[in-house]
Write a protein that binds this ligand. Structure first.
Ligand code: ZN
Length: 319
């Protein structure tokens, strides 16, 4: 494994901040495929950083003992917004900008903007396929899933089904995605899968283990690494469009107490949770599943206002 600093800068108080890339070279020349894993664009999303840790650990052992198993290259960028991750915040500290909204070719010379440019240039030079790992925000827990923008779906779905996720969600295009890393790499014809899982500032070990198995499966599927062992089968995800997503929201301000957890099939009428009045002990709203489906998002933060998202259910078929 080779470590390289792709970007570094000095803070006003003198410390140096470094963005590191770990590379595993190919035994086969030229490499069959080059795959990159990126995490930490949002500093408080830690699940991807842990996933990169598991991958680096596994690949390091494999390369030390059986370098011939690498028929392609792997590049891992475990923490691309290190100052934000160090203090557990989503945005680039001090400048308070979203690093994952800096990838559109626009003018501007902030440090976050130039760091975004350095990262995307490095990825374009080193990878044929990219996996960009995100966690959910502080409010919602998400099952391991891949979100794809319509238009890129033909190329991406065959890769995404190899990743052991529970769900693939195909979104219509929206201007809000146009400045993201994933959108801009896909537009540059570098297929990029955007993973969303868990919740910010936490690590759900079950979800990350599930994704780790999926990432190895993706590497086997692409022929980047080979194995003598028979690989366990990965989960085939449900592929959904927005019309198959039922959104449950709160009508009241209050506390949300969940009755169940994500990653479950629910039947029409099942109680998902309750909205409680914090003052007088009343149940303001009982949240029930309006249809049969798969519960893939659930409110984790209990404080809610009217209109807040409480749960999302994927309809497997239009019943
Ligand atoms: Zn994110």
């Amino acid at each position: 494994m080779k470590s390289r600093i792709i970007n570094s800068y000095q803070t006003p108080s003198g410390q140096r901040v470094e963005v590191v890339k770990q590379s595993f070279s190919s035994f086969h020349k030229p490499p069959i495929k080059r795959v990159a894993f990126v995490s930490g664009l949002h500093g408080n999303e830690l699940e991807g950083i842990y996933l990169c840790n598991l991958l680096t650990n596994y690949l390091k052992k494999l390369q030390n003992t059986q370098p011939e198993k690498f028929l392609g290259e792997v590049h891992i960028y475990p923490s691309v917004n290190p100052q934000a991750s160090a203090i557990g915040v989503r945005l680039w500290p001090f400048l308070s900008v979203d690093l994952n909204r800096q990838f559109k070719n626009t003018s501007g010379n902030s440090l976050a903007r130039s760091s975004a440019e350095t990262l995307i240039k490095d990825l374009k030079a080193s990878a044929d396929i990219v996996v960009d790992c995100h966690a959910s925000n502080l409010h919602l827990k998400e099952v391991p899933q891949i979100r794809i923008i319509e238009g890129f779906h033909k190329k991406l779905i065959p890769l995404a089904v190899q990743c052991n996720v529970d769900l693939i969600w195909v979104h219509p295009p929206s201007p809000v995605f146009e400045s993201t890393l994933g959108y801009n790499l896909n537009k540059s014809k570098i297929p990029t899968l955007v993973i969303e899982t868990g919740i910010a500032l936490r690590i759900n070990q079950d979800f990350v283990s599930q994704l780790f198995k999926g990432m190895l499966n993706l590497l086997y599927h692409l022929g980047v690494i080979v194995t003598d062992k028979i690989q366990p089968k990965v989960n085939y995800p449900i592929v959904i469009q927005p019309s198959q997503v039922v959104i449950l929201q709160s009508d009241f301000p209050g506390f949300f107490i969940a009755n169940t957890d994500v990653k479950k099939n629910v039947s029409k009428g099942d109680i998902i949770g309750k909205v409680l009045d914090s003052m007088n002990g009343e149940i303001l709203q009982e949240i029930t599943a309006p249809r049969n489906g798969f519960l893939f998002t659930l409110r984790e933060h209990p404080l809610i206002y009217p209109g807040d998202l409480l749960a999302r259910i994927a309809l497997k078929e239009m019943d």
